[in-house]
Design a protein around this ligand. Structure first.
Ligand code: NAG
Ligand code: NAG
Ligand code: NAG
Ligand code: NAG
Ligand code: NAG
Ligand code: NAG
Length: 624
């Protein structure tokens, strides 16, 4: 009896105040979340002022509409917060009455608020508070090109020029000598030959047979990368100023979207591959040259050199020329005042790969948390392996695995987070969420998949050495068929945190936070092992197709670039977009193609040459 009363009380607390579904006619009673007035037209007049504002619906408290809005917004996992509205308004037209006289401009905010209050009150009988004016634009506003812009321009120009020189040199001077078999010529200048870098980019047969076995990784990487782009495109639909927010909210009840929304898990494929490659390459390398403590800084430096130039150029571009690319009512909102501003302020965090631990850097190249995490994990993995050159490797690895399982659940326990990152509509709109900042992004929370990847790299290396052929094992072959369905299933299982009703218990959340990472990592690692050990499975043949080599090598550049397009597409909107599945596919296709084209250029002009340069230099040091 007592428990029944308790249950009733509990239900009334948690459920009664939430509205999960509204039919269309009731939904229409709520004021639209977004609206945009005409922009160009507004600023054409001599006194045109255009403002982007946010207003809160504050009353009247006895209105049943405001209660409806609050109850509907309380379902944060699937609904936007309809208690505040965002508007782009042409102040000088829409609120003409309030700004008839020049003097009235002096009390700008109050007049604007009164005007907005009137428009909303007229249609919905709701009162508003103007909580934020993001910015106002006048006709004469334009952004000056500053000295930083020119410096970055100079750097890009330098790369173009030196590549032109290097290519010409290769083509006309060096080739003649090459034919005569004279090994002279300026090796450093040759690094910048586009022809040579292109040759390297499409060459697919490494000499070492053990490295050659890894060729399926190109396919895995490429496909994972496109999936990640696809998942990131959702940002464009969710981050506001769309015409049909209701469709977006309803997507949370569709099976396909439910899997896409847990697509964050796909990133563990990357971590797994990185861990695998680290160990596998390490073990092959130390056969010839034992590693010592002293080699750690050198290896880290090589990695830094490999990743940083392109990354730095992109961040430099983000901080400078990006803001000149376009303009419009939302450009400053999505680009200049968020993305570019944070990149200008926090660029250095990216160059030393700590940006994922910095919470104040919210907008600058958000997706690069993965690059930073990967670098941190690389360091941990490297130290763990160098430290155990002689003995104790198993123990260290087991300790790493246990630590990596405990850490995410400790976060859930102490910070009251969810088992997965719930991609709530409001997250897209504001990018505010603890589960992302305190969990997903941080390097140590991704240690699980990295460790499992490392262990599988070690396993494969040992099997090859001892001549074990796992590919004949029947159980393993069956397991391989289950890899993709199992990943899909795990992605779907995250759905349990979106269910309608009270929040999952803290223990379930803790267990899920740790275990889903472990399970997905083990499955992915199993797939990788099957591929490297040449299991007879059709998928392997597809993944080992030569055509993946080129896109596979461009993965890093593409990953860095693609998010810029998301900011651009959000920023150039001048009307409310329609969020629809088909648009999403088209946008993904477009962004993927453009990213690959730009990535190819960046690779040929920057990444390839600088890697060659380092290689030439280390070779010449070795010779001496
Ligand atoms: C929508 O729901 C409201 C209240 O729940 C109800 O009064 C109304 O008739 C419904 N409209 C339609 C078209 O079903
Ligand atoms: C929605 O936004 C309003 C206004 O900013 C805020 O007071 C309220 O707490 C938010 N509601 C939820 C459920 O977060
Ligand atoms: C908003 O409009 C209503 C109705 O005209 C009025 O009662 C209220 O005082 C106004 N509030 C503000 C802050 O202007
Ligand atoms: C709205 O603004 C008024 C005056 O500007 C203020 O007194 C009131 O507390 C605000 N309401 C909310 C909910 O912020
Ligand atoms: C972050 O998401 C969780 C649910 O995953 C939610 O309870 C919390 O309120 C969100 N925090 C912010 C700041 O939006
Ligand atoms: C100083 C001045 O001109 N104030 C005007 C501002 O606009 C309101 C209309 O909302 C007029 O009533 C004021 O006289």
């Amino acid at each position: 009896m007592i428990s029944l009363v308790f249950l009733l009380y509990y239900c009334s607390l948690c459920v009664a105040a939430q509205i999960y579904h509204l039919n269309e006619s009731t939904y229409e009673r709520m004021p639209p979340l977004f609206d945009l007035d005409e922009y160009e037209f507004c600023l054409n007049g001599d006194r045109g002022i255009y403002c982007l504002v946010r207003m809160d619906l504050v009353g009247p408290d006895d209105s049943d509409l405001i209660q409806l809005i609050r109850d509907y917004s309380a379902v944060t996992t699937k609904h936007y917060n309809h208690s505040y509205l965002e508007r782009g308004i042409c102040v000088t037209r829409t609120c003409r009455k309030y700004f008839e006289y020049e003097q009235n401009v002096s009390d700008f905010d109050a007049n604007l608020e009164a005007c907005l209050n009137e428009t909303i009150y007229k249609d919905y009988e709701l009162k508003i508070n103007l909580t934020k004016i993001y910015y106002c634009k006048k006709h004469e506003d334009g952004i000056q090109i500053d000295s930083y812009d020119w410096i970055v321009f100079g750097i890009f120009g330098f790369f173009v020029a030196i590549n032109a020189i290097g290519t010409v040199y290769h083509q006309f001077v060096y080739r003649r000598e090459e034919e005569k078999n004279i090994d002279s010529g300026n090796k450093y200048l040759l690094c910048f030959s586009i022809k040579r870098n292109w040759g390297w980019l499409i060459q697919s047969e490494p000499k070492d047979p053990r490295i050659r076995r890894l060729k399926g990784f190109y396919g895995v990487r490429t496909i994972t990368n496109v999936l990640i782009i696809f998942a990131h495109i959702i940002t464009i639909l969710g981050n506001g100023f769309v015409a049909n927010p209701r469709d977006f909210e309803e997507a949370y009840d569709h099976l396909l979207y439910q899997m896409i929304f847990n697509g964050v898990m796909v990133v563990h494929v990357f971590f797994c591959i990185s861990g695998f490659l680290l160990v596998y390459n390490f073990l092959i390398r130390v056969e010839k040259l034992p590693a010592t403590w002293a080699s750690i800084p050198f290896v880290m430096f090589l990695r830094w050199w490999r990743l940083t130039p392109v990354y730095a150029l992109i961040i430099a571009f983000n901080s400078t020329w990006m803001r000149h690319l376009s303009s419009g009512p939302l450009w400053d909102h999505y680009v200049t005042n968020s993305f570019v501003r944070d990149c200008r302020r926090y660029w250095w965090q990216h160059l030393i790969y700590i940006n994922n631990y910095m919470t104040e850097n919210k907008f600058c190249a958000l997706h690069t948390w993965h690059v930073a995490s990967d670098t941190q994990l690389f360091f941990i993995g490297l130290v763990a392996y160098v430290l155990t050159m002689k003995r104790g490797r198993k123990i260290v690895m087991i300790l790493l695995l246990i630590t990596s399982l405990i850490l995410p659940s400790l976060h859930v326990w102490f910070q009251d987070l969810d088992g997965i990152m719930i991609l709530m509509p409001e997250f897209f709109r504001t990018l505010n969420n603890d589960s992302f900042y305190l969990m997903c992004k941080l390097g140590h929370n991704n240690l699980v998949s990295y460790t499992v990847g490392m262990a599988s790299g070690n396993l494969v290396y040992n099997w090859q050495k001892r001549g074990v052929d796992i590919s004949k094992n029947k159980v393993f072959a069956k397991f391989l068929w289950l890899v993709i369905p199992a990943i899909a299933l795990i992605m779907y299982s995250g759905q349990m945190f979106y269910i309608e009703g009270p929040r999952a218990s803290v223990f379930l959340r803790m267990a899920y936070a740790s275990l889903h990472r472990l399970i997905i990592a083990v499955i992915i690692a199993g797939g990788l092992i099957g591929m490297v050990m040449k299991s007879p499975i059709i998928l392997r043949n597809i993944l080992e197709w030569k055509g993946w080599v080129l896109p596979g090598r461009l993965t890093y550049c593409v990953y860095l670039i693609h998010f810029n397009f998301i900011h651009i597409i959000s920023g150039i909107k001048i009307t409310l977009n329609q969020a629809a599945m088909f648009n999403m596919f088209i946008t993904t296709a477009g962004v993927t193609c453009l990213s690959y084209i730009l990535a190819l250029l960046l690779f040929l002009l920057v990444e390839g040459p600088l890697n060659n340069l380092m290689k030439t230099w280390t070779d010449s040091v070795k010779k001496e």
